[in-house]
Write a protein that binds this ligand. Structure first.
Ligand code: NAP
Length: 279
């Protein structure tokens, strides 16, 4: 059985550790804070934990599960501890900038993105089975070793994920539509509601909010650091999606201003029909 290393024992790293140990892998975890290492041990997310990357010197495969801006610097620090055959992957939500830098630094690197999450962050939020039925995207380049792709792909399948393989660019463009745009739209929704000027109306709205608001605001109420990283590292694709979204909003505004109910209904019919193609 492979020996697995995790760097970053937060929501994603902690959840991966819980499942990987459950499936019989030996899991060694490294995190920045000693307290997080202890929590991961107490939760059973890792067999051993340390704040020192040298703990991972004998593992077969390493998942870097830290914020997007730290993935390349962590790989640089890891390299002196790695065996040539060690496979390194990451779980970052944006792929092109990460894969460009990391595959240059370590030829046995393959970019990955398990597409599961929740609003909470940190080891406290780690949960068993988080990845079941989730998409897991691998983003190899023309030079990525096949063994690295196969190894990370096999483990994704063991975790219960549905595997997809595409280029880093295609990944970033696709997730801009279905993940990064929704995060910004949902945040804008919450921000717009907070603009209600009458405090008693705002209070009533807050009291009345239920499932519809819960569904549409969920991803806007998530980890702000992650939202910022998605925007910073996938800015051109996200801006393209946001501009298209603004056009859609303008179309709806125009139909309502012109009392063009027929066109509005056609618009909503088309979105009702299209939704099932995404979910
Ligand atoms: P998180 O819960 O905040 O966990 C990140 C962990 O990384 C923290 O617990 C922190 O551990 C550790 N860390 C931060 N800087 C570090 C450093 N320099 N060295 C070592 N450890 C460090 O975040 P997350 O949601 O798991 O996200 C982690 C990665 O997964 C990101 O790249 C994100 O894009 C990706 N991702 C997130 C989601 C999601 O929905 N949340 C989904 C898919 C992929 P300490 O407590 O020790 O400081």
């Amino acid at each position: 059985m492979m020996k697995i290393g995790l760097v970053g024992l937060g929501l994603i790293g902690g959840s991966m550790g819980l499942d990987l140990r459950n499936y019989g892998f030996e899991v060694l975890g490294v995190s920045r804070k000693q307290k997080t290492c202890q929590q991961a041990l107490d939760l059973g997310a890792v067999d051993e934990a340390s704040t020192d990357l040298s703990l991972l010197k004998s593992v077969d495969l390493i998942y870097i599960c830290t914020p997007i801006n730290t993935i390349t610097p962590i790989l640089k620090q890891l390299i002196p501890h790695l065996q040539p055959q060690t496979i390194v992957t990451d779980v970052g939500s944006v792929k092109k900038p990460v894969v460009e830098e990391c595959s240059h630094l370590w030829s046995n690197f393959v970019g990955g993105h398990p597409m599961a999450g929740k609003a909470e962050q940190g080891i406290e939020a780690a949960q068993k089975g988080l990845f079941i039925k989730a998409a897991y995207v691998l983003t190899p380049t023309s030079t990525t070793p096949q063994l690295a792709i196969d190894s990370v792909g096999e483990i994704a399948t063991i975790l219960g994920c549905q595997l997809s393989i595409c280029s880093p660019e295609t990944h970033d463009r696709a997730v801009a539509w279905i993940s990064h745009l929704p995060a910004m739209v949902s945040a804008s929704l919450i921000a717009a509601c907070m603009e209600e000027l009458d405090p008693s109306v705002l209070q009533l709205a807050q009291n009345l909010a239920s499932s519809g608001f819960r569904d549409t605001s969920r991803v806007g109420g998530g980890n702000p650091e992650l939202g910022e990283m998605m925007a910073r590292y996938n800015s051109s694709q996200l801006l393209n999606a946001l501009c298209q979204y603004r056009q859609s909003l303008d179309t709806i505004i125009k139909f309502i201003q012109q009392e063009d109910w027929c066109s509005l209904q056609e618009f909503l019919q088309a979105t009702q029909d299209a939704r099932s193609n995404f979910l």
